[in-house]
Design a protein around this ligand. Structure first.
Ligand SMILES: Cc1cc2nc3c(=O)[nH]c(=O)nc-3n(C[C@H](O)[C@H](O)[C@H](O)COP(=O)(O)OP(=O)(O)OC[C@H]3O[C@@H](n4cnc5c(N)ncnc54)[C@H](O)[C@@H]3O)c2cc1C
Length: 423
């Protein structure tokens, strides 16, 4: 088990040539049986395992990951953390998540590099000001933080935006969440993995679930690339691959589609942008921040077709480049260093599922769309609570699969029942 990181451990290991650091987590052989088996070693699976041990004292917990932990969306996102959600359920959930982020480095004894640099949504019409003011007033009235910046304040804080009077998208002002920001995605994965391992969770990498055996309305066993594993309870946290696992369990269809989202990083630049900036108008969507190494980290919309490939296509590169230069013309001559894609679990209303399933010992965590990074601490917290107590917490009671039949859709964007339109 890894010892705690501290000033003293840095000093001591410095004196001995950095040769005696502990392994960050163990590499155990899978046992044949666990109390809870979590499928998916992304952030949601790891956080769930951590809180199952920490908050609920569940003894034997395993996370099964088909590749390496954090090799999915957890390690592919643009790392934006915010809680500017409006609808009941989402609002409390994401605010709880943000409050967990604020103490996460201490909680995990691992620097997740959470940087509360503020999230700025640039507004391009009087109508947008009305709509976003309503959301941000809701945030303020329910205990979160939100501000409106007029044009002068915005120009002072972010001088490089395109403020030209004849700009394609003239800027009217911005809404801001000061406590929002970014974190280092790999560090969050490693932090949760290390902390879960230290509590005794078995993290089993290169262990793909390839088949599921049922005993009536229960999961009897999981066939994996490392043998058969059974669990009293099984939990799916596989993001874009949820439909595949659901199918293996013989459960038919899900209100989820798998779509691709790309991320981009430029060559390193001198300090240019102190905030996360988001821009959404018409068919364009663009969000950007600057990493500690100086690269501009940015992204846009989905690739508009369903796929399990972890790579994107060129039309979206063009679309994102157009948005980038419309908002920040000074990026026009900056060179792109890397881009990649992840597989998103897009739900019909853009909101997530943390819920029980038709099988009595199977639990579902899915439908994160392209917003699940910020959600991961609360997702693990509420999913662990559900698995341990076998009933949903009040905050997530509507985030189940039956909400469509009940007519209770949770549609932040008001975009309608099309998974492509939700972010
Ligand atoms: C380009 C991009 C940008 C994004 N930007 C943001 C952002 O700025 N802010 C934000 O909040 N969110 C963002 N997201 C979304 C966020 O990354 C995801 O919603 C979140 O990471 C999903 O949860 P996860 O970490 O558990 O998923 P994943 O990391 O994908 O974990 C699922 C794991 O399950 C494993 N798995 C799948 N099938 C099996 C199997 N059969 N057996 C065993 N293991 C299996 C996979 O290998 C994978 O590691 C972005 C995503 C992408 C791709």
């Amino acid at each position: 088990m890894a010892s705690r990181y501290s000033m003293w451990s840095v000093f001591r290991n410095g004196l001995s040539g950095q040769q005696h650091w502990d392994r960050v987590w163990r590499d155990p052989e899978p046992a044949s049986h666990y109390d809870v088996v979590i499928v998916g070693g992304g952030l949601h699976g790891l956080a769930t395992a951590y809180y199952l041990k920490k908050m609920h004292g569940i003894r034997r917990v395993a996370v099964l990951e088909k590749g390496w932990i954090g090799g999915g969306n957890a390690g592919r996102n643009t790392t934006i953390v915010r809680s500017n959600y409006r609808l009941p359920g989402n609002r409390e959930f994401y605010e709880h998540s943000l409050s967990l982020w604020e103490n996460l480095s201490h909680e995990l004894n691992y620097n997740v590099m959470f940087s509360q640099r503020g999230h700025v949504t640039v507004l391009h019409s009087p109508g947008a000001i009305d709509t976003f003011s309503r959301t941000y007033n809701t945030l303020r009235m329910t205990g979160s933080d939100g501000e409106f910046w007029d044009l002068d304040t915005l120009k002072k804080n972010i001088p490089h935006l395109n403020y030209a009077a004849d700009a394609r998208f003239p800027i009217y002002g911005a809404t801001v969440q000061p406590r929002a920001g970014t974190a280092r995605h790999d560090a969050v994965v490693w932090g949760y993995a290390r902390a879960a391992d230290a509590l005794g969770v078995d993290l089993i990498q290169n262990c793909e679930v390839t088949g599921i055996t049922r005993d009536a309305d229960r999961i009897a066993s999981l066939q994996t690339s490392r043998g058969v594993i059974t669990g009293d309870k099984t939990a799916f946290a596989v993001a874009g691959h949820t439909s595949q696992l659901w199918h293996m369990a013989g459960l038919g269809g899900l209100p989820i589609e798998s779509h691709k989202l790309q991320a981009f990083v430029s060559e390193p630049l001198k300090p240019l942008l102190d905030h996360v900036v988001a821009f959404s108008v018409g068919g364009g969507l663009f969000y950007v921040s600057q990493s500690d190494k100086g690269g501009m980290v940015f992204g846009g919309d989905l690739d508009w077709y369903k796929s399990y490939a972890q790579r994107g296509n060129l039309p979206m590169v063009q679309n994102v480049a157009e948005c980038a230069t419309a908002l920040l013309p000074c990026l026009g001559r900056v060179r792109l260093l890397r881009h990649w894609a992840g597989v998103m679990d897009m739900s019909m209303d853009g909101s997530f599922f943390i819920c029980k399933t038709p099988l009595s010992n199977l639990y579902l965590n899915a439908g994160w769309n392209y917003g699940g990074f910020k959600a991961s601490p609360a997702s693990g917290w509420y999913f662990a609570d559900l698995i341990a107590n076998d009933r949903p917490h009040d905050v997530i009671r509507h985030h189940d699969l039956q909400r469509f039949a009940r007519g209770y859709i949770i549609d932040e964007r008001g975009a309608g029942a099309d998974p492509k339109l939700h972010g």
